[in-house]
Design a protein around this ligand. Structure first.
Ligand SMILES: NC(=O)c1ccc[n+]([C@@H]2O[C@H](COP(=O)([O-])OP(=O)(O)OC[C@H]3O[C@@H](n4cnc5c(N)ncnc54)[C@H](O)[C@@H]3O)[C@@H](O)[C@H]2O)c1
Ligand SMILES: [Zn+2]
Length: 362
């Protein structure tokens, strides 16, 4: 299908870059003009799932314009986002004689993007990074904004950096091979953007549910593009998460992270936890009279249609409250929550007390 590229500019003053969204981009891969003759060496980092499906195509295409193209395949899954795997990547880069003219290409989901990005940020004090995200989650969220890192046994994302990519290259058609559960997880983040930041876009998602569920590229490309625009605007307003604007992206996440933690990260995917978390935040916002119940119902209905869970599971509320209080996004004034104030808008609200939060967990 011949659709032209959509471009989103992330105009950071010191490290501007382009996000290119184009159906079929991986089949006909080429670097943006401004990067084309820049690298004598590229190292693609991917995981075994994505490697089987997309690595050879990308490698062959890159070999047309880059003299040396190497690839490293890590195991798939969150476990690979570790210091040990990062260390093995540093070692492999040394054997490939990677240096400051080497480009790191992160081909995969958020795990590969965060891990390869972290390795790019740290090896020889920093190599150029190109993000080629292949999950919906990574295409609409993790590949943009420069947050890279690995997990420690004590918790997720405890070691990392801000390291902006030189380009983000997105092929919506890559999602055709993604499993249903991971695809839906990305849809939760798509709904999040509409629900808390863009009312008009929320209506667009509602109109396109059938095409979205069928992963029609002509529906996906504009939707992914809008998500990238929203994420880019938030990152531009608050690159290092200091002013609070970027925190709106945490809608549903304080509840969601707590749910993931309490269930030891093996019951809900991140997207499922965020979907449930958004519904908790919506119920709380209704209780606090920030929104009317119709807004809650409309967002919840969309999540249900997209196949996402919305009900909080039967778990001891105290464990959840405790996990929420431990959330690392906690400021000096304690935990605050992102709550909607109407469809497409929200704000950061100080902890409203344990009782209302407990009720929102019902
Ligand atoms: N840096 C950020 O700003 C940011 C934001 C959100 C999430 N994250 C991180 O992202 C990670 C989650 O990312 P994710 O949801 O993409 O998970 P993931 O990277 O684990 O990918 C999910 C699964 O899909 C497979 N896969 C990927 N692309 C595929 C394709 N096109 N076809 C078939 N299979 C494919 C992967 O091998 C994996 O098994 C977490 O570690 C999270 O912390 C980071
Ligand atoms: Zn998320």
């Amino acid at each position: 299908m011949a659709t032209g590229p959509s471009i989103v500019n992330v105009d950071l003053p010191e490290t501007p870059y382009k996000v290119v969204i184009q159906t079929g981009l991986l089949e006909e891969f080429s670097l943006p003009t401004e990067l084309k003759l820049r690298y004598p060496h590229a190292v693609i980092i991917t995981d075994d799932n994505v490697g089987k499906l997309w690595l050879n195509k990308l490698k062959r295409r890159l070999q047309k314009s880059i003299a040396q193209v190497d690839a490293i395949v890590v195991p798939h899954g969150e476990k690979a986002k570790s210091v040990e795997v990062a260390n093995s990547l540093w070692q492999r880069l040394l054997t490939f004689q990677a240096d400051r003219r080497t480009a790191i290409m992160a081909l995969g989901g958020g795990v590969v993007g965060d891990l390869a990005g972290f390795v790019a940020a740290t090896y020889m004090r920093g190599l150029d990074l190109i993000q080629i995200p292949t999950t919906l989650m990574a295409q609409v969220d993790s590949s943009i904004g420069g947050k890279v890192g690995v997990n420690l046994p004590q918790g997720k994302n405890l070691v990392g950096a801000f390291w902006q990519p030189k380009a983000v290259l997105i092929d919506p058609a890559a999602l055709s091979t993604l499993n249903d559960r991971d695809y839906r997880a990305g849809l939760a983040e798509v709904v999040k953007y509409g629900a808390i930041l863009d009312e008009k876009f929320f209506g667009e998602i509602e109109k396109q549910v059938i095409g979205l569920l069928a992963r029609k590229p002509e529906v996906l490309q504009p939707i992914i593009t809008r998500c990238c625009e929203i994420k880019s605007a938030v990152v531009l307003a608050d690159e290092r998460e200091t002013s609070g604007r970027r925190s709106l992206l945490n809608f549903g996440h304080t509840f969601g992270h707590a749910l993931e933690q309490v269930t030891a990260y093996n019951k809900f995917s991140h997207g499922e936890a965020v979907a449930i978390g958004m519904c908790c935040a919506l119920r709380l916002a209704v209780q606090m009279k920030l929104i009317v119940d119709e807004v809650r119902a409309r967002i919840e209905d969309l999540l249900v249609i997209l196949g996402l869970p919305t009900q909080f599971p039967k778990l001891p509320p105290d464990q959840i409250l405790e996990a929420m209080q431990r959330d690392k996004k906690k400021g000096a004034a304690g935990v605050s929550l992102v709550l909607p104030t109407k469809l497409g808008s929200g704000k950061l609200v100080p902890w409203p007390g344990d009782q209302p939060v407990r009720e929102a967990l019902r």
